[in-house]
Design a binder for this molecule. Structure first.
Ligand code: SF4
Ligand code: SF4
Length: 80
């Protein structure tokens, strides 16, 4: 099974906190009121945060077997 995780583009994030409120795993915190940070240990890649983000600042990334980012397999949508 493909493992996914959310990744925040901190250059776009406006620190509104919507994603943190949506996350069922409590995996997102707002760092010093500046931008959202995803905890890779608790994120399950459900995609709810990305759908809720008004700035479209969250994208899914695919993780390879060892948990590292696999840029070759990055997806544009959680729905795929
Ligand atoms: S993908 Fe799901 S579990 Fe991961 S941070 Fe977003 S809402 Fe939380
Ligand atoms: S919902 Fe989007 S803009 Fe708001 S804190 Fe989360 S990532 Fe940043």
């Amino acid at each position: 099974m493909v493992k996914k995780r959310a990744e925040v583009n901190i250059n776009i994030c406006v620190a509104c906190g919507v994603c943190a409120n949506q996350c069922p795993r409590g995996a997102i915190t707002i760092y010093k009121g500046c931008y959202a940070v995803v905890n890779p240990d608790t994120c399950v890649g459900c995609g709810l945060c990305g759908k809720a983000c008004p700035a479209n600042a969250i994208q899914p990334i695919i993780l390879s077997e060892n948990g590292a980012k696999d840029r070759e397999k990055e997806e544009k949508s959680y729905a795929e």
